[in-house]
Design a protein around this ligand. Structure first.
Ligand SMILES: [Zn+2]
Length: 132
């Protein structure tokens, strides 16, 4: 998505703004007010973005449960381990420990036939990717 920027881009934008604002001449061996501000902003952006990515990730839709054909079975977005048994009770992946954000459709309002399963799962995963 165009509206999302990476942390490197965020740092570059803020750096440019700060550099335009302060036109101090660099002093040998001495950190200027601008340098200190740049360091602080750089650190804040990195910390903040790392914190966000350490939080829960949406799971990946894997298949439709054979039992009733209304339930989506998910897997870990990092290591692909299936969450067949515990489903959304796995707050963290039992294999790799990734925190999972279960803000996803689990029980569907209609049955998904075997014929449409593949397409349905692909569409759902695309929606989840866009959401994240
Ligand atoms: Zn995992």
């Amino acid at each position: 998505m165009d509206s999302l920027i990476t942390k490197e881009e965020a740092i570059k934008i803020v750096t440019d703004i700060i550099c335009d604002f302060f036109d101090e001449e660099p002093v040998e061996g001495k950190a200027t007010e601008k340098d200190e501000l740049l360091l602080k902003v750089n650190k804040a952006i990195r910390n903040n973005i790392e914190k966000v990515s350490a939080e829960g990730k949406l799971p990946k839709a894997l298949r439709i449960s054979d039992w009733g054909r209304k339930e989506v079975i998910y897997s870990c977005p990092i290591c692909n381990t299936s969450f067949t048994i515990l489903g959304n009770h796995e707050k963290h992946c039992h294999n790799c420990g990734q925190k999972i954000n279960w803000d996803v459709p689990i029980l569907l309002t209609r049955q998904i036939s075997e014929d449409e399963e593949k397409e349905f799962i692909a569409k759902l995963n695309k929606e989840l990717e866009e959401k994240e």
